[in-house]
Design a binder for this molecule. Structure first.
Ligand code: ZN
Ligand code: ZN
Length: 415
């Protein structure tokens, strides 16, 4: 891509993130968490855009892959429970202050390949514990928050291992540009339309009030109970003060809260899962009364086990999401090895913590009340993909009648 064209793309991306994703309000500060120094060009563009729009203060918390790998390479083996609590404290304070929160990640999916799975699990658990207070705020949409994943060389290398580095990065950018609709004449307008449509679809499903969903596909036969008062969310999110924002760019999903005790059957993943520097591939899970009771993976078995053992309830579901197989991201025909993109190309589930806003009155409930209503509380929230063009989904109403929700991976009802 020509330098000038690339600058224009960055400007559009930044504009979209600040104005649609975060919907930064007049006088509101912005806190940015960046996990790669290579993300500097887009971060700088976002900082500019925020200040130009009148933002009184932008803070960036930087992190780098090299730091992470260096620790696994050289640090004392018994030091992986150390954590820089000031980092999470700073973010937490920002949320209390009402600042908008932006996470910019360009993870290398194979960052920790070959390192000791026990150390990786310890580091992941330590991180999960420390980030818990922030997650508690996120699951009630306490402030506008947004996650975006711009391409980085390490990620591009993992997606296109056979291409030279420059070409791989260009190819990944092309895919991200299309997935984020940055090639549209007016990406903000185009997203506005899509977010409205997702919201309408979510409202329809909430109105149906299904008691459970039944999924069938090769390797998958799963019943997912839905709690009384569950709310489907799609497109626009909203803070308690009524500020609309969009927490993921791109987003193509509608999602709700599964019942933590009413999930039964088997599920086969249809895409690899990139989780904190490890890849988990060709895996399946079996659920009994909400709990994973059996699991296996061709690759990354230890990483999968690590997720399931991250404290109580990590082996129960916290999210169930529907995405048609023909979603614009799915049509790119690329496995991104990055959950933000892959989850928006496929029906997916998340292990762990459920979102409070997916349940009527959920944001005001105590942990006990939320759990008693069917919601799940956990240190983790890990989405994984199991949708395909061969998947059927049926919705069961309270009286036992069923109706098709999806057929061969596509919506089976018109709005
Ligand atoms: Zn999701
Ligand atoms: Zn999720």
């Amino acid at each position: 891509m020509k330098e000038k064209d690339f600058q224009q793309i960055l400007a559009k991306y930044a504009d979209l993130a600040v104005e649609v994703g975060l919907n930064l309000q007049p006088g509101q500060r912005l806190f940015i968490r960046a996990n790669q120094l290579e993300l500097a060009p887009i971060i700088r563009e976002i900082v500019d855009r925020a200040y130009q729009g009148g933002c009184p203060l932008v803070s960036v918390l930087w992190h780098d892959d090299h730091e992470t790998r260096s620790r696994f390479e050289h640090a004392p083996r018994d030091s992986f429970q150390e954590y820089p609590t000031w980092k999470t404290d700073a973010q937490y304070q920002s949320i209390l202050n009402g600042d908008a929160l932006l996470g910019v990640r360009g993870d290398s999916p194979d960052l920790l390949q070959g390192y000791d799975p026990d150390l990786i699990a310890t580091a992941a658990k330590t991180y999960a514990k420390n980030v818990k207070p922030i997650r508690e705020k996120i699951v009630i949409n306490a402030v506008q928050w947004l996650g975006i994943c711009p391409p980085t060389p390490g990620w591009a290398r993992a997606v296109f291992p056979d291409l030279p580095e420059d070409e791989a990065l260009d190819r990944l950018w092309e895919a991200v540009i299309q997935a984020c609709r940055l090639d549209q004449p007016d990406p903000k307008k185009s997203w506005g339309k899509n977010l409205d449509a997702l919201k309408e679809r979510a409202a329809y499903l909430t109105d149906r009030g299904y008691d459970k969903l039944h999924y069938t596909a090769p390797g998958t036969d799963l019943e997912v109970g839905l709690p009384e008062g569950h709310i489907w969310i799609g497109g626009w999110d909203e803070t308690p003060d009524g500020v609309q924002f969009c927490a993921n760019l791109p987003t193509e999903e509608v999602f709700t809260l599964p019942h933590r005790e009413r999930v039964n059957g088997t599920v086969r993943a249809t895409m690899p899962l990139s989780y904190q520097g490890s890849l988990i591939e060709e895996f399946q899970l079996r659920f009994e009364e909400g709990q994973v009771v059996e699991f296996s993976a061709e690759k990354g078995q230890e990483a999968l086990q690590g997720i399931l053992e991250t404290g109580p309830n990590a082996g129960r579901l916290g999210e169930v999401a529907l995405v048609p197989h023909s979603s614009p991201i799915s049509q790119l025909g690329l496995v991104f090895l990055n959950t933000l993109y892959d989850e928006n190309a496929s029906n997916h589930l998340a292990l762990g913590k459920g979102y409070r806003f997916n349940l009527k009155g959920g944001t005001e409930m105590t942990d006990q009340e939320f759990m008693a209503s069917g919601g799940n509380d956990s240190l983790v929230h890990v989405d994984f993909m199991f949708g395909s063009g061969e998947m059927d989904v049926d919705g069961f109403l309270k009286d036992g009648r069923s109706e098709p929700v999806m057929r061969s991976g596509e919506w089976a009802f018109e709005l």
